[in-house]
Design a protein around this ligand. Structure first.
Ligand SMILES: Nc1ncnc2c1ncn2[C@@H]1O[C@H](COP(=O)(O)OP(=O)(O)O)[C@@H](O)[C@H]1O
Ligand SMILES: [Mg+2]
Length: 493
């Protein structure tokens, strides 16, 4: 079920240096030993492993380590000097690749062993090679476990629990299927570790295990900084209005998890609109509605943290999101990450290109939720028909939605809503964004707290009347935004 055939092909070739980046060292050495003692290219070969602590040890025959051989340069000189076939697995040699002497020695081995008899296999979690040596080497990657293999790993863990405990693991078959699917993209060892964690915690495989498994999985994968796991999602009931959007999302929940025959998983949506009206809030709620984890991609970090490697890191982040699928990938204020006038010699265009190509080709259930405030910074090709499944316009809340928003924020802060005149409050907050309503409620609470009085409709009204909403100052921009949105978007509410 793995790709040992590929490894066999490399071993049978003339290439003398083989590079293997893996976290599953034990498994890889097992594969290598099996192939070397089974004989590839027609001949069995002696196999050695080397580490800086143990020195060189022959492992196809059970021989003691030669501890005098712990010096990294010494071992390369030794390999270069021996005139016999053999496979040398050098474990964690990567720190010594900084030494030009070692690089030269590896090159000598590569050039002088072109009959294919001597192989040096570098095995580390990460191997950065100088380009000239890279060209003389072959890379091999162990395939990650497939569906069947993951299923059998989970079964093994269940057996292990059953053997050690009275009773049997309580298995919810649907949750088990999801568990097996959600463990995709991890090594065997990590798959077993996460399955072990889920099953041994309570002797059961249940839907409630999945969020923790996804968090643990994310932590294993997250070696880069542009993608983050949002632990805090938002309940649907925390979002006022946006009824169209909510309904639209609910209709796509099943398809995103790949459970609807004949329907492709939805690609994603874009939320454009007035600042403070719940775009970011709705993006977080989308993950809850769709019942999948929420990942956030920070385009800004992509440029700042990875100077000169922006596109590669975007690709890696997108790949990582695919490994976490099904999930929501949230890109907040995307236009800021794609500003076209920053004199960055076409970088933002290439980043956009990379993103759009991925969007159109992706097969995995990664549902993109992008938000944008500023249409003048938005590249037209991003909002062209067919890029996203839908573009929603989030406008200032209407009377009814303002009432709901006031209710949500009063309730969230422990007020008894029956004592407030919600209709009057909603009427007074015409032109307010959701954020301004929330802010007004907070300010009023500070005031009454300082005055040692209770929060009332009147104290709220006083606060709201003092507030000049942004929509007054920005009337023209909002009109322009509405005009732009009229022919390109559908209303979110
Ligand atoms: N429709 C809404 N329902 C409930 N709260 C809202 C709504 N719109 C805005 N808010 C409040 O204002 C805050 C800021 O809104 P946000 O989603 O960041 O706006 P945007 O991303 O559109 O600029 C939210 O965290 C929430 O507390
Ligand atoms: Mg926002």
């Amino acid at each position: 079920m793995d790709n040992r055939h590929d490894l066999n092909v490399i071993l049978s070739s003339r290439v003398a240096i083989i590079l293997v980046e893996t976290l599953d060292e034990k498994r890889f050495l097992g594969m290598l030993l099996e192939l070397s003692s089974g004989g590839f290219g027609g001949r069995k070969k002696p196999m050695f492993r080397w580490s800086v602590t143990e020195g060189l040890r022959r492992i196809d025959l059970d021989m003691a380590a030669q501890s005098h051989n712990t010096d990294p340069t010494g071992i390369l000189k030794h390999i270069l000097a021996v005139d016999a076939p053999g496979i040398y697995a050098l474990l964690d040699f990567h720190p010594y690749l900084d030494d030009p002497v070692n690089i030269r020695l590896l090159k000598d081995i590569a050039v002088e062993s072109d009959d294919g008899a001597r192989k040096v296999v570098l095995v580390s979690h990460e191997l950065k090679m100088p380009p000239d040596l890279e060209r003389l080497s072959a890379r091999f990657e162990i395939a990650l476990p497939d569906d069947n293999e993951r299923a059998s790993i989970v079964t093994d863990v269940v057996r292990e629990w059953n053997a050690e405990n009275p009773g049997r693991v309580k298995v919810d078959p649907h949750a088990e299927d999801l568990l097996i699917r959600n463990l995709a993209g991890l090594t065997r060892a990590d798959t077993a570790r996460l399955a072990h964690g889920a099953i041994f915690a309570d002797g059961a495989i249940a839907a409630s295990d999945l969020p923790n498994v996804m968090k643990a999985k994310y932590e294993l994968l997250n070696r880069h900084g542009a993608l983050s796991f949002e632990y805090e999602t938002v309940r649907l009931s925390d979002v006022g209005g946006l009824r169209n959007l909510k309904r639209w999302l609910e209709q796509r929940r099943a398809a995103l998890s790949g459970n609807v025959a004949g329907l492709e998983p939805p690609k994603g949506l874009m939320l454009i609109g007035v600042q403070g009206c719940g775009k970011s809030l709705a993006a977080k709620a989308a993950a809850g509605i769709l019942n999948v984890p929420l990942l956030r991609l920070d385009f800004g970090a992509l440029y700042n943290k990875f100077h000169g490697e922006t596109e590669r890191n975007l690709r890696e982040s997108l790949q990582q999101a695919e490994v976490m699928s099904p999930c929501v990938l949230w890109i907040d204020e995307m236009e800021k990450g794609l500003a076209t006038d920053s004199g960055d010699s076409g970088l933002s265009r290439r980043v956009l290109g990379t993103f759009l190509t991925w969007m159109s080709e992706k097969k995995r259930s990664v549902f993109v939720v992008a938000t944008a405030n500023n249409i003048s910074l938005l590249p037209p090709e991003l909002v062209r028909k067919g890029r996203f499944d839908e573009i929603f316009f989030v406008d200032l809340p209407d009377m009814k939605t303002r009432e709901t928003i006031i209710q949500i924020h009063l309730q969230n802060r422990g007020s008894e809503i029956n004592t407030f005149d919600l209709a009057t409050l909603a009427d007074t907050t015409e032109g307010f964004s959701g954020a301004e309503i929330e802010q007004g409620i907070l300010s009023a609470m500070y005031t009454v707290n300082a005055n040692n009085t209770g929060l009332t409709t009147d104290s709220l009204l006083a606060e709201f009347e003092r507030t000049k909403p942004l929509s007054v100052v920005m009337r023209e921009q909002i009109e322009e935004l509405r005009y732009w949105a009229a022919e390109r978007t559908v209303p979110a509410d």
